[in-house]
Design a protein around this ligand. Structure first.
Ligand SMILES: [Zn+2]
Length: 93
């Protein structure tokens, strides 16, 4: 067992390489071959958000399209929810 806080043993990397595997990264970055969410997709937009950076036009458009589709598919439920919330805010005596 390696005590907490101690740098990772060098043997770990050597072991992973000997097994033909890529060592996992301690900084949580993506592994080689794992592609970043592409710009112009909703995941691309989410990636910008997670990084705290402004989304570009392609991602904003993808987000808008996603929201639009979501609303179209859930219109009744969303409207019912809104009506309920409005009724809570303005109760009729
Ligand atoms: Zn983007």
């Amino acid at each position: 067992m390696t005590p907490v806080g101690e740098p990772r043993a060098v043997e770990y990397d050597a072991l992973m390489k000997s097994l033909g595997l890529e060592p996992s990264r301690e900084d949580g970055r993506r592994k080689k071959g794992q592609r970043a969410a592409q710009c112009g997709t909703y995941s691309g937009y989410e990636r910008h958000r997670q990084r705290g950076e402004p989304a570009d036009a392609a991602c904003l458009a993808a987000k808008a399209a996603y929201r639009r589709r979501y609303y179209a598919e859930n219109r009744e439920r969303i409207q019912a929810q809104r009506a309920r919330k409005a009724a809570e805010r303005h109760p009729t005596p």
